[in-house]
Design a protein around this ligand. Structure first.
Ligand code: ATP
Ligand code: MG
Length: 502
């Protein structure tokens, strides 16, 4: 029996201005789940990319051994044929193609030059069945939710017979039920001897799933511990480099006058199906309104409709400070002072090919009537937000695509905060963000609310909803089913309303 299926020895990798990995050594035993933890920009994804062939042999220092053999991957295919499969943090699916073709991207089975669709369909059903995902194989990937797309990625990796499965923040877009299913799958794989490297910012998951946990900080390997021999606080202080006492900052909010009124609001999809069903609610100054619900409850559709980004029909009225709003597109929303941090940062949030500075000023540019980041005021403000949220980038000129996942999310947040919004809608704003920076973001949310900005927070994380919002609305199947002051309920109560098992 071999000791290790994978050994990483003295791995280093540098980018201009950043030492992403600094002499990292870790190992992986057959049939174990090794969690990889660290703050945003610590180097987790970079390590994974060296293992998975994205960074070929020769583009990093140090050695990787797979079952004792020196690995010299030229590309991702090499790594996959060895038996190392990876599910990346950023979805790799092709948006224009149907599900079945995405499942076999680059490896569609052919005979005499023709795709064997029977085999594709059979295998597609098999891998989707394995993870219990029920979607139409002919459906366009574009029409699936982020969660469904993520599950497709996982099915894709399962279809290749891997011995090492690497998951880079796989659950960030999954529902509780889907996450449970994923954990079952990982456990089944572990029992059959497959090893797994699991990256997550959710420490609950680490303790539930992993056998060991490796922490990296600023590109350096800090320590690897047996999960049974460590605890949350120790992990956090290893990641952050200091003690972190509270997860949520103290609030000094005072509910004032009514600011936003939404009346009898319904939203339809392009097939005229009602996805938000006659909702009415008010938001007051000096509060943070939380909106909780399961994926599919209609929260995102409601908010993107209010922001003018929803394609289908909508009915009902919206008033801001007593004035009726007419919002048919996002520019009208921005002109009316509405900012929307969307859950899918690639679709609405970030232009990956542009610099960080340009991305941050993107939404406020038109308002300021300018096209370029040029005044020193803008630069100072952008830099302020970069510092506040600890965006790890060498400079404002850095191209957004070269930032770590969490740091990209911070740029999206900074961008909207710079628009001086009257209404700030945050849809899963801390997805993929590490604990220390979450705290900073909550601080900023509170500050906005104190200044009288209307803040609406959508989150699937109950502790976050209860810890940050002052009042919470629960949505289920397009309707508002309950409302309460956040201090007065337990997590169990909320979960009951959201699932309908009262
Ligand atoms: N292609 C690249 N070009 C330049 N710098 C890069 C590139 N890829 C990563 N970096 C930098 O290397 C460092 C490590 O990034 P990495 O993506 O590995 O972080 P991470 O631990 O995965 O963070 P997160 O939790 O935010 O996903 C960051 O400072 C990042 O900006
Ligand atoms: Mg990453």
């Amino acid at each position: 029996m071999m000791d290790y299926v994978l050994e990483v020895k003295n791995l280093s990798k540098e980018f201009p201005g950043v030492k992403a990995l600094d002499n990292v050594s870790i190992d992986l035993k057959p049939g174990e789940v090794l969690a990889l933890c660290g703050e945003n920009g610590a180097g987790k994804s970079t390590l994974i990319k060296a293992l998975s062939g994205i960074y070929p042999h020769g583009t990093y220092d140090g050695d990787i051994f797979y079952k004792g053999q020196l690995v010299k991957n030229k590309n991702v295919k090499d790594a996959e044929s060895l038996g190392i499969s990876t599910i990346y943090q950023e979805l790799e699916l092709i948006q224009g193609l149907p599900v079945k073709e995405n499942l076999f991207l680059g490896s569609l089975p052919t005979r005499l030059g023709f795709v064997k669709w029977d085999e594709v369909m059979a295998k597609s059903y098999e891998s989707l069945n394995k993870i219990g995902l029920d979607v139409n194989l002919e459906a366009n990937i574009r029409d699936l939710s982020v969660a469904q797309q993520q599950m497709i990625e996982i099915a894709k990796a399962l279809a290749k017979n891997s011995e090492v499965l690497i998951l880079d923040e796989p659950t960030s877009a999954l529902t509780t039920k889907e996450t449970e299913r994923l954990f079952e799958i990982v456990n089944e794989l572990r029992n059959s001897g497959i090893a797994c490297i699991y990256i997550s910012h959710k420490l609950d998951e680490v303790f539930e799933l992993a056998d060991r946990v490796a922490v990296i900080r600023d590109g350096k390997h800090i320590s690897t511990k047996n999960v049974k021999e460590t605890n949350r606080n120790e992990l956090i202080s290893m990641m952050v480099g200091r003690e972190l006492v509270n997860l949520f900052p103290e609030q000094h909010l005072e509910k004032k006058e009514k600011a936003l009124e939404v009346k009898n609001y319904s939203v339809y999809d392009l097939q005229e199906k009602k996805i938000v069903d006659d909702v009415s609610f008010d938001v007051y100054r000096g509060e943070v309104l939380g909106i909780f619900g399961l994926v599919g409850a209609g929260r995102t559709e409601l908010m993107s409709a209010l922001f003018g980004a929803h394609k289908g029909r909508k009915t009902g009225q919206v008033y801001l400070d007593g004035k009726k709003l007419k919002i048919n597109d996002t520019q009208q929303a921005i002109n009316n002072g509405i900012a929307y941090v969307s859950e899918d940062r690639k679709a609405h949030g970030l232009v990956l090919g542009m610099s960080v500075g340009h991305n941050i000023t993107l939404s406020s540019l038109r308002k300021m009537g300018k096209v370029l980041l040029n005044s020193s005021k803008e630069i100072t403000e952008s830099q302020e937000y970069m510092v506040k949220m600890d965006v790890k980038a060498p400079s404002l000129e850095t191209i957004a695509s070269s930032l770590s996942g969490g740091n990209q999310q911070k740029v999206v947040l900074a961008k909207w905060m710079l628009t001086n919004p009257k209404v700030l809608i945050l849809d899963e704003p801390t997805r993929g963000i590490d604990v220390a920076v979450k705290y900073e973001i909550y601080n900023i949310i509170n500050k906005f609310a104190e200044q009288g900005i209307v803040v609406i927070l959508i989150s699937s994380e109950l502790p976050e909803i209860l810890g940050v919002s002052t009042r919470t609305i629960i949505m289920r199947e397009g309707k508002i089913v309950s409302e309460f002051d956040s201090g007065s309920v337990t997590r169990e109560d909320v979960a009951k309303y959201a699932t309908g098992n009262e």
